[in-house]
Write a protein that binds this ligand. Structure first.
Ligand code: UD1
Ligand code: UDP
Length: 385
């Protein structure tokens, strides 16, 4: 059973669900919590996934405890009904940790996709660093994207036999999607693509940046828009009204700033491939951009994605207005600095992570089968012959 609820989870589990659909023995039962609504549905539509169950927990402005409690309460009857052999959760959202706990309560093995990321600061990212650590305590199989994430798990005394390094399935999703070369539904973006102008692509949403920090990002963007009138700033705005209220007022009336709704994943990956520089606090975007050779300036003070910092394709710049302006200006004005960052090596994956994920899950379930001499249950009504 694959349980997911937000946009990044949907993107990262999509290749796994598609591969499970084609697997000779395993079959997916898909459950969305609806923690996100429009941003989640967009991804399911793109990958042609119709969830078997929708817990429909979405409510504007719901608090963390409310989301967590609803997932726990509404997932339990689905677990009872479907009796899955294992539950796969992805990453570190509230959906992910609540679903892992619901499965653990029923003694169903938890498979943790993208396990072992650590910033080392329990308050940043908040609450994701705590979520990841909690899930690591109760998972039976830890699918680590990199050797660094495996090392983080081993340092916390996780059984090494339960950790498999798979790479990150986000790269599989990216390569599947970017190859489609979709058209932008907004003609302004299609015109921009044809114009050949330099693009600064920006996304922001992190909870620890809400308020003054995000205001700093907004002011920096306005400053950059005025200083570089030949550069277009594209900001697909997260649906969260708190984010919009913090950033968008600073950008009103600037002719070279385009604010859009969240772009469907196909369109976003095309915009990523057109961008000159990416400015983001997103985890997924930090992982994707190096595959397309795009320098990333990270709007955070720390990151759990250290591998691309080490290879030089991403750099931490925080949320201070002057620092952001200085770092972006350097990249726009200094070609050698830009070229040094614009490398296409990707430490997060080679596009073949999904196959490793399925092999690890099959091995886990085989082991469970020989331990009990019972047939593998792949969910009532979901058995494959
Ligand atoms: C969540 C995750 C975060 C992840 C991010 C990806 C948690 C604690 N946080 O943060 O780890 O990086 O998703 O984007 O799980 N909204 C909509 N429609 C949508 C989605 C969101 O209107 O499709 C609005 C709602 O008003 C909602 C608000 O955004 O209340 C915040 O959504 P929420 O899921 O609580 O947190 P995110 O900040 O999106
Ligand atoms: N993304 C998208 N449309 C957008 C912005 C981002 O499809 O308008 C994709 C992006 O390519 C990445 C994922 O959403 O795969 C990242 O999601 P987000 O930044 O919301 O969450 P995080 O990765 O920080 O948890």
């Amino acid at each position: 059973m694959v349980v997911y609820g937000t946009r990044p989870e949907a993107i990262k589990v999509a290749p796994v669900i598609k591969a499970l659909e084609d697997h000779p023995v395993l079959a997916p039962i898909t459950v969305v919590t609806g923690q996100h609504r429009e941003m989640l549905d967009q991804v399911n539509e793109l990958f042609d996934i119709v969830p078997d169950h929708d817990l429909d927990i979405f409510e504007h402005g719901a608090g963390l405890s409310q989301i967590f409690a609803r997932v726990l309460e509404r997932l339990d009857p689905v677990l009872e009904l479907e009796k899955p052999a294992a539950v796969l959760v992805q990453g570190d959202t509230t959906t992910s940790t609540a679903a892992a706990l619901a499965a653990f309560h029923r003694q169903i093995p938890v498979v943790h996709l993208e396990a072992g990321l650590r910033s080392g600061d329990i308050m940043s990212p908040f609450p994701e660093e705590a979520n990841r650590k909690i899930t690591s305590q109760i998972a039976s199989l830890h699918l680590a994207p990199t050797e660094g994430s495996r090392a983080n798990l081993l340092a916390e005394s996780v059984d090494p036999r339960s950790v498999v390094v798979t790479g990150n399935t986000v790269i599989d999703a990216l390569l599947m999607t970017v190859a489609r070369k979709v058209h932008f539904s907004d003609p302004t973006l299609e015109d921009l693509a044809d114009s050949g102008r330099r693009i600064l692509l920006v996304t922001t949403h992190r909870r620890e940046n809400w308020g003054e920090a995000m205001g700093g990002v907004g002011r920096a963007l306005a400053h950059l828009a005025r200083r570089f009138p030949d550069v277009e700033i594209v900001l697909p705005a997260h649906r969260n009204p708190i984010v919009r209220e913090a950033v968008l007022p600073h950008l009103a009336g600037l002719p070279n700033v385009t604010v859009t709704e969240p772009l469907p994943y196909g369109e976003f990956t095309r915009m990523l491939s057109l961008a000159t520089i990416v400015l983001t606090d997103s985890g997924g975007v930090q992982e994707e951009a190096p595959s397309l050779g795009k320098p990333v300036l990270v709007l955070r003070d720390n990151t759990e994605r250290l591998e691309a910092i080490a290879t030089g394709t991403t750099r931490l710049v925080g949320t201070d207005e002057q620092r952001i302006v200085q770092e972006v200006s350097l990249l726009l004005e200094n070609e050698p600095t830009y070229e040094a960052m614009a490398q296409t090596a990707n430490p997060y994956g080679d596009g073949r992570s999904t196959a490793r994920v399925l092999e690890a899950i099959a091995t886990l379930l085989d082991r469970a089968k020989s331990a009990t001499s019972m047939p593998i249950i792949v969910g009532e009504g979901h058995e494959k012959s």
